[in-house]
Design a protein around this ligand. Structure first.
Ligand SMILES: *Cc1c(COP(=O)(O)O)cnc(C)c1O
Length: 479
């Protein structure tokens, strides 16, 4: 058979030369681009970025890989945000490990879909093995635990709360309540909405000075819930809050969930990397008592997006998402089908990234990376508490540091506005990126440190930029 001229773009052995050439062109392009990167971003304004993209006529192909990549650089790579740069300290994005990138080649090229065995064969069992391995690290009982890879913590939390809702649904949806701390992730509120529970269903429990859920306040709230003839459907404890890395008192929460027969979910999207740590695994003590756990491998396991999982103590609790389609996963299927446990149908073999990471690097190296950035946060915090013109919000548990620029002479009513402007100035400079958040209604800046190559000197250099930007703004205003 002679392939038609237009078939030369297909991934197929007849095109293996073109395939290899194209990929090498891509690798070469990216290598050159990487060498030209001098900071985490260049702070391009949205109007400019939008204009460049809007001008492209998608009906007029360039027909050539190198030309399309050159165009892509102008639209995207030249302005991209690079998480491997030490000046990047904003959100929960990690630099990624090379073994996972090798895996990406196979994930996309073979293009297995993990919904059914007959689309993935060994892939099904590799994903299951990773789920079992993670469950074992959590400390779930051998043999009964299960889980599934998901697109991220948001989906993992949604699925966990869906399972919890299913267990409690007979009480009537409008009576169900979910408890999480005021610092819990917003995906809990979003899940409540999607599950038809409404915004009032989520009860936020106050936190202590370390930003951990107050167990005594949770006890009061649960008692009040029952007294009001409402039903405590689930408690979501956070194993590393997004802003402070705070870990809720998991054992206390487990005791209360046990007393009220309430679903205990641990959102360890951020802190899940501690499962690989040789020095800090104990920080997640009590997680083994949960009903379900969210782990984001694309945060503290240094994996490319997407890679996350929901892990459950008891495989049987996953059944609410099971639907048997005659054409795909019939009830009497002879093979194991992962779609029986997933919100998704067609699903990438993202697990392969973690697989090759573990097989090439091993879990201890991943754990060491996370420990390294937690150590770094501690060092940066210790240096900041000694700075007269910087205020620090709380001692870090994981790898975030929340702080703000506040020289003594500054009018207290101007602190919020000044720090908001400092953050924008840093972004526009392209030299560094920090996040901002609100603590008790006030604006603070935040470092999220996930780069094992960053040093305290690098991060304190960003603090110098914060200080310089702030001082310049104050001088400008006084003139
Ligand atoms: C990041 C995060 C999430 C959301 O995870 P995605 O992967 O971004 O969907 C949920 N919970 C916590 C605590 C997080 O930090």
């Amino acid at each position: 058979m002679t392939p038609s001229a237009s078939a030369h773009h297909l991934f197929h052995p007849i095109n293996s030369d073109a395939w290899a050439t194209s990929l090498l062109t891509g690798i070469d392009h990216l290598s050159r681009q990487l060498r030209s990167v001098t900071g985490p971003s260049n702070g391009t304004a949205p109007e400019l970025a939008a204009k460049l993209v809007a001008d492209v006529d998608l009906d007029a192909p360039l027909g050539d890989t190198a030309a399309a990549l050159a165009e892509m650089s102008k639209l995207y790579l030249d302005d991209a945000v690079w998480f491997h740069e030490t000046g990047y300290a904003a959100h929960l994005n990690c630099p990624i490990v090379i073994p996972a990138l090798v895996a990406e080649l196979f994930v996309s090229s073979v293009n297995s879909s993990l919904d059914t065995y007959d689309q993935s064969i060994g892939g099904t069992f590799m994903e299951r093995h990773l789920v079992d391995w993670t469950a074992n690290r959590i400390g779930f009982p051998e043999g009964s635990a299960d889980g599934i890879f998901t697109s991220g913590g948001t989906q993992s939390n949604l699925q966990a709360l869906h399972l919890a809702r299913d267990r409690a649904a007979s009480h009537g949806l409008d009576r169900l309540r979910i408890f999480t701390s005021t610092d819990g992730h917003f995906s809990v509120q979003k899940a409540a909405r999607l599950l038809g529970l409404g915004d009032d269903a989520v009860v936020c429990i106050p936190v202590d000075a370390q930003h951990r859920m107050q167990a005594s306040a949770l006890a009061d709230a649960l008692a009040g819930c029952v007294a009001d003839d409402l039903v405590p459907m689930a408690v979501v404890a956070t194993g590393g809050t997004t802003d402070f890395g705070a870990i809720d008192p998991l054992d206390d929460v487990a005791d209360l969930c046990h007393a009220y027969a309430t679903w205990f979910h641990v959102d360890a999207a951020y802190g899940g990397g501690l499962l690989a740590s040789q020095r800090r695994r104990h920080l997640l003590g009590g997680i083994e008592r949960a009903e379900s756990v969210t782990v984001d491998y694309h945060k503290t396991w240094f994996q490319p997006v997407s890679a996350s999982a929901i892990i459950v103590r008891d495989a049987a609790t996953l059944h609410p998402v099971t639907w048997h389609a005659d054409y795909l996963n019939p009830k009497d299927a002879a093979h194991p089908n992962q779609v029986d446990k997933s919100l998704q149908t067609t699903r990438r073999f993202d697990a392969l990234k973690l697989w090759l990471t573990l097989r090439i690097m091993g879990p201890d190296t991943i754990g060491d990376y996370f420990d390294t950035v937690i150590d770094l946060a501690g060092e940066v915090h210790a240096a900041l508490v000694r700075c007269a013109d910087v205020e620090v919000a709380a001692e870090p548990t994981l790898s975030t540091v929340v702080f703000r620029y506040r020289p003594h002479h500054l009018d207290p009513t101007r602190v919020d506005e000044l720090n908001t402007r400092i953050r924008s100035a840093l972004f526009a400079s392209g030299r560094s990126m920090v996040a901002s958040t609100k603590v008790n209604g006030e604006v603070w800046l935040k470092f999220t440190l996930l780069n094992p190559l960053a040093t305290a000197l690098d991060i304190l250099g960003i603090v110098d930029q914060v200080r310089a930007a702030g001082a310049e703004m104050l001088m400008g205003a006084d003139r």
